[in-house]
Structure formats: structure tokens, C-alpha cells
Design a protein around this ligand. Structure first.
Ligand code: SF4
Length: 190
């Protein structure tokens, strides 16, 4: 993996953005090393809390590590300040003092931001979903496009979906998905 990351940098990905999903017992020992990559490089490392969508036991066992715990570990080893670079996405941006790069934290499990979420997702099977965990109102774009539905009609449908999104947003993700929702993140396309 490290060779691949270096190859991406060599062919021009600069700054390089690395998304890191930390899973307890699997890669949580690498957190400080990943953070240290930003000290001498203008790279953006983003820690994303693992979302055990579709897996109730991992919800119950808390199969993720809170961003605040990761920040505590990094702060203890290197120091940590709020970054001056603001991203466009849901990440909270921090920096190791004097570092060239930044550290982002996406804390969708421990600090639910559903009430301000502006994300929609196109699933691997062609549905435009207003929310990862709530399929209400989703649009079957693949079938519509293949059957010749005009783009102006689709434009209108998407606008209506975006207008309704704030009501659709899940807002209780820390409680898990106990209502028969069984698709995993990889099936959704995440
Ligand atoms: S669960 Fe839905 S509303 Fe909440 S952050 Fe994810 S996509 Fe956005």
C-alpha cells in the first residue's frame, strides 16, 4: 500500500489526500504514524470513523474509535491545533504545530452531523440516495436514463429530492439501523 501511495505522489497527486478508516484491533496502532506523514509533506490525512452500516453487532460492540480519542492520542504525541485550512466537506480540520499538511476528522458516529448534512450519493446500482441510512425518496436514475426520461424531468425530480433532504436525513445514526435496513456500506457504494 505504501508503494502505491508514493507512486501516486510521484505522478503528481500533490497535495495527496489519504482517507483512513480506523478499525479497533486492525489498524488503530497506525494512527500516530499516519498523522506524522503530514509533518514534512503537504498531505491531507483524514480519519473517518468506521460506520458499521448493516451490521448490528458492530454497532452494539462500538466498532469504531471516536475522533476525539484519535485527536487525544495525536495531541499527546505531537500537539494539535485547529487548522487554518477549511475544507468543503464534513471534516473538522486540525494540524500538528508547524506541519505542512493537515489532519481531518470525519466524526459521523460520535458527533452526528445529520442535521447539517448536504450530501447525496449515487449508489453502485444507479439510485440517487438522499441519505446513506434513509432511502426515502431515492430516485432510480439508471432506469430513468436508460428508458429515455428527459433531463428536464430528472432535474425537477432531483430538485424536489434536495428540497426534502433535510427532513429525510437520518439523525439517529448512533442508534444503528434496527428497522430492517441490511445493506452494507460497500453495497451502497461507500
Ligand atoms: S446518515 Fe444521512 S444525513 Fe446523516 S450524515 Fe449520513 S448521509 Fe448525511
Amino acid at each position: 500500500m505504501w508503494e502505491g501511495i508514493q507512486a501516486a505522489h510521484h505522478v503528481g497527486f500533490d497535495p495527496l489526500k489519504l482517507n483512513v478508516v480506523v478499525i479497533p484491533g486492525m489498524n488503530d496502532h497506525e494512527v500516530e504514524a499516519m498523522a506524522a506523514l503530514t509533518i514534512e509533506r503537504n498531505w491531507h490525512v483524514r480519519f473517518i470513523e468506521f460506520m458499521p452500516i448493516g451490521n448490528e453487532s458492530l454497532f452494539l460492540d462500538k466498532g469504531w474509535i471516536d475522533s476525539e480519542m484519535l485527536r487525544h492520542r495525536i495531541r499527546t504525541k505531537f500537539g494539535l491545533t485547529e487548522g487554518t485550512v477549511k475544507g468543503n466537506g464534513p471534516a473538522d480540520v486540525f494540524q500538528i504545530p508547524g506541519a505542512k499538511g493537515t489532519l481531518g476528522f470525519i466524526s459521523q458516529m460520535s458527533e452526528c452531523f445529520c442535521d447539517r448534512c448536504n450530501r447525496v450519493r449515487l449508489s453502485a446500482d444507479g439510485w440517487l440516495r438522499p441519505c446513506l441510512l434513509n432511502e426515502t425518496g431515492q430516485i432510480d436514475l439508471k432506469t430513468a436514463l436508460r428508458s429515455g426520461v428527459s433531463t428536464s424531468v430528472l432535474h425537477q425530480q432531483v430538485q424536489q429530492l434536495l428540497a426534502a433532504k433535510v427532513e429525510i436525513n437520518f439523525k439517529q445514526r448512533e442508534a444503528g439501523t434496527t428497522t430492517g435496513y441490511a445493506r452494507t456500506m460497500s453495497q451502497i457504494g461507500g
